[in-house]
Design a protein around this ligand. Structure first.
Ligand code: PMP
Length: 430
């Protein structure tokens, strides 16, 4: 029907009044709906209830002749957990550390240690340098950016393209600036765009010459088995690519079972070259006498192998795919005709990334909040919380029920319409 940008002032004003009436009606309903964070819903959590009973006093492996996992020790985790999660990240048992419950915690601590003591190939601890910088493909994960902001690491925004971050830009920057020490990457079903890195991007990241000799890739493979279709995306193994390119120590990989079993009571892992792992293990042993190996055992007994993890993830997909479909269908039905927004159609992960007209995202989020729907704050997907075009909104469809989601999306769509018409009217006056 109508490309809104082509409507004259009178038609736009009429549409604005009509939409505002609908918005006010919805506001009167006093909704309270949360689409702000990518949390699994209760039905997804129920899929892993078996975890709670799987370890008891008779469990195999709890106590054996050589090993009592109830006790201190095993700073890098249970051997069986290394074997299992090694399959997940396609690395060997010598290239992995099994941690506590949060991969974000492992990323944070890896950066903290780098600031305090440097990484394996540093001449100087990062924190002793006058300035350090990280490349931040954006839109990206707000909590990565929060780590940098908290510790004064300057963030450089890198555009996301269809197959990963803009490599031309990255190669140029890392070649000339030795204060660039790292890059954040979510290589599969990225948060929030749902983009999967191509082999070419992986190869270029592994190969590129960098001015800093201690440049590190923070490879956050948070959504490695979180497929929404029967055609899983595959990402080239970055650890092997770095090794082949002659930079074996360049990458730190991270993952967790937060969105496989229980966020908050899952198992997090970190993988890297053997050399990196032994360096980090030494540092870790001043940090802890050992992780929660009983929880690791629970996960080993419950998840058993990669094939079983994939089956388990199909059950997750069966619950959340209809939610993604509902959001996408509503956006298509209610907005596509107006040419005022575009959105991702992810094949996995936890988010739909929506772009409004420039300068409208904060207004949409505010209007939605006033009508009882919380969205991720506008700008959160960019360094310093500042989206240069104020257009990106991260939609997290997994947690609400289908009926809540439908109600919330009705609000979101109205808010996008309202904010867009207002912006177009303003532009006409100018
Ligand atoms: N990385 C990404 C890209 C995420 O989206 C999330 C969760 N939203 C995390 C890490 C958090 O992982 P964890 O629960 O293991 O700390």
């Amino acid at each position: 029907m109508t490309d809104l940008c082509l409507l004259d002032h009178t038609s736009l004003t009429e549409l604005y009044s009509k939409t505002l009436r609908k918005y006010d009606d919805i506001k009167d309903k006093k909704l309270s709906l949360d689409m702000s964070r990518g949390k699994p819903c209760p039905e997804q959590l129920d899929l892993s209830l078996g975890l709670l009973d799987i370890v008891n006093s008779n469990s195999p492996l709890l106590v054996s002749e050589s090993l009592d996992i109830r006790n201190y020790g095993m700073v890098d985790g249970l051997a069986d957990a290394k074997e299992l999660f090694g399959q997940l990240l396609q690395v060997s048992s010598n290239e992995i550390i099994i941690g506590g419950n949060s991969s974000l915690n492992m990323m944070h601590d890896t950066i903290s240690r780098a600031l305090l003591t440097g990484v394996i190939d540093s001449n100087t601890p990062w924190g002793k340098l006058s300035k350090i910088k990280f490349l931040c493909p954006s839109p990206g994960y707000d909590r990565h950016f929060a780590i940098c902001e908290t510790y004064g690491i300057e963030m450089i925004t890198i555009n996301m393209l269809d197959d990963g971050p803009d490599m031309d830009e990255i190669e140029k920057l890392v070649l000339q600036d030795d204060s660039i020490k790292g890059i954040w990457c979510v290589p599969k079903y990225s948060n929030p765009d749902g983009i999967t890195y191509s082999d070419e991007v992986v190869n270029r990241l592994a190969k590129m010459p960098t001015k800093a000799n201690d440049f590190k890739i923070f490879w956050d493979d948070a959504y490695t088995v979180h497929h929404l279709t029967d055609e899983p995306s595959i990402v080239k193994n970055i650890l092997r690519a770095c090794e082949d390119a002659g930079h074996p120590n360049r990458v730190f990989m991270f993952a967790s079972t937060s969105k496989i079993t229980f966020p908050g009571s899952g198992v997090a892992v970190m993988a890297a070259s053997e050399e990196n792992i032994s360096y980090i293990k030494k540092q870790l042993s001043t940090q802890t006498i050992g992780p929660d190996k009983i929880n690791q055992l629970r996960h080993v007994l419950f998840l058993t192998n990669l094939e079983n993890i994939n089956l388990h993830m199909k059950n997750h997909a069966a619950i959340i795919k209809p939610k993604f479909d509902m959001v996408l269908n509503i956006l298509q039905a209610k907005l596509s005709k107006y040419s005022i927004a575009s959105w991702s159609k992810p094949k996995g992960g936890y988010f739909i990334s929506l772009n409004t007209l420039d300068g409208c995202a904060s207004e949409v989020v505010k209007l939605a909040s006033d009508a009882g729907v919380s969205l991720t704050p506008a700008g959160a997907t960019y360094p310093y919380g500042k989206d240069p075009r104020d257009r990106n909104i991260r939609i997290a469809p997994t947690f609400p029920s289908l009926s809540e989601l439908e109600a919330a999306m009705e609000v979101v769509v109205l808010c996008i319409l309202l904010a867009s018409i207002k912006k177009l009217l303003q532009n006409q006056i100018i």
